[in-house]
Design a protein around this ligand. Structure first.
Ligand SMILES: Cc1cc2nc3c(=O)[nH]c(=O)nc-3n(C[C@H](O)[C@H](O)[C@H](O)COP(=O)(O)OP(=O)(O)OC[C@H]3O[C@@H](n4cnc5c(N)ncnc54)[C@H](O)[C@@H]3O)c2cc1C
Length: 309
């Protein structure tokens, strides 16, 4: 059997999660040659604790790329030329990157992978998470984006301190491809990795959103919301939870003034306990999704909660 080469691409912030060792342990079952490319905004000078089994680990400093350039995509394309598979650990801002890499490589792109079945077979949610599709690809050259939260570690994987090499940068200009970055500037944890997520929907006014933000800060939670609030300009685009936003898997999701539309619920399936506050007892989030709920007006409930935590 020919050994396949797999390149893993992820942001350095994701390294400490369980997804990387979980995926590496799956790939080791294929006897794959595995290399890791870490995207970072600062040089990696110290050894990093990584799973054993990587043939190479490199870092790419994407702070050197100017907005509007395709240099990051070209750099990764160059760095992974001899790989059969590219697995991109999904972060919202890496989705366009995966698409560009697929175009550059002429590769088959499968997004939102939640389970790896075989070298050419994976599973992904469809119909806003209502069904799971098993996707079998015939292409030799593939890119999959992985939903990191879906890959929990089942067995222990040995780790070791690993020295990373710098990946040389390819500068591109005038390609007409735009790579945009939205660095995570908040002190709150990122939505995709937060243990508690506080979510706001159309039922939350701008004034109540500041109360909810204060609750999030007291709980050390991430703050997200529905598309309605993003479109209203109350929350930044990267805060959107759902089918076309972030997928979350917190221990607790606190959903306020959110109806529970199918496209929103598609992003909260990994949540442990769902607590909802809504004035409508018939709202789908109350009837079908919440483990605990409070029927009431957020303008009364949220200040009372803030007072008590
Ligand atoms: C292709 C497509 C993709 C989409 N992707 C996403 C996505 O990724 N994420 C997403 O969120 N949406 C997405 N949407 C939009 C989605 O369909 C819903 O429109 C949206 O989720 C509704 O947001 P909401 O719950 O904030 O608003 P609403 O559905 O209007 O619900 C507001 C809720 O607030 C309650 N409420 C009102 N006032 C109060 C109060 N004072 N106190 C307490 N409760 C109150 C109401 O009872 C109601 O249940 C998508 C839509 C499409 C078509």
């Amino acid at each position: 059997m020919t050994m396949i080469k797999v390149s893993l691409i992820m942001r350095v912030e994701e390294v400490s999660g369980s997804a990387l060792p979980a995926v590496i342990s799956i790939l080791q079952g294929w006897s794959a040659s595995i290399e890791l490319l870490l995207l970072t905004e600062a040089p990696v000078t110290e050894p990093v604790t990584l799973p054993i089994g990587l043939v190479q680990a490199r870092w790419v400093d994407y702070s050197v790329f100017d907005e509007g350039e395709a240099s990051l995509a070209l750099t990764l394309h160059q760095a992974t030329r001899d790989s059969d598979h590219l697995l991109v650990f999904e972060a919202r801002e890496l989705r366009p990157l995966a698409a560009m890499l697929a175009a550059l490589r002429g590769a088959a792109l499968v997004t939102d992978v939640i389970s790896i079945v075989a070298v050419d077979c994976c599973q992904r949610p469809v119909y806003a998470g209502q069904a799971i599709a098993t996707v079998k690809t015939r292409a030799h050259n593939q890119i999959w984006t992985l939903r990191s939260q879906a890959f929990g570690l089942r067995e222990s994987v040995s780790m070791q301190q690993t020295v990373l090499q710098r990946c040389p940068v390819v500068k591109a200009s005038g390609t007409g491809i735009k790579v945009s970055r939205q660095p995570h500037s908040s002190v709150r944890p990122p939505l995709s990795r937060a243990e508690i997520v506080v979510g706001a929907g159309r039922g939350v006014s701008l004034q109540q959103l500041s109360v909810l933000s204060a609750i999030a800060d007291k709980l050390g939670a991430a703050l997200g919301g529905t598309r309605a609030l993003v479109e209203a300009g109350y929350l930044p685009e990267q805060s959107q939870i759902g089918q076309t936003g972030e997928q979350i898997a917190p221990k607790v999701y606190f959903a306020c003034g959110i109806s529970g539309a199918i496209q929103h619920v598609a992003g909260i399936g990994g949540s442990g306990i769902i607590i909802a506050v809504n004035s409508d007892p018939l709202a789908p989030i109350i009837r079908h999704h919440a483990d605990y709920f409070l029927i009431g007006d957020v303008s009364e409930v949220l200040p009372a909660i803030l007072d008590r935590i």
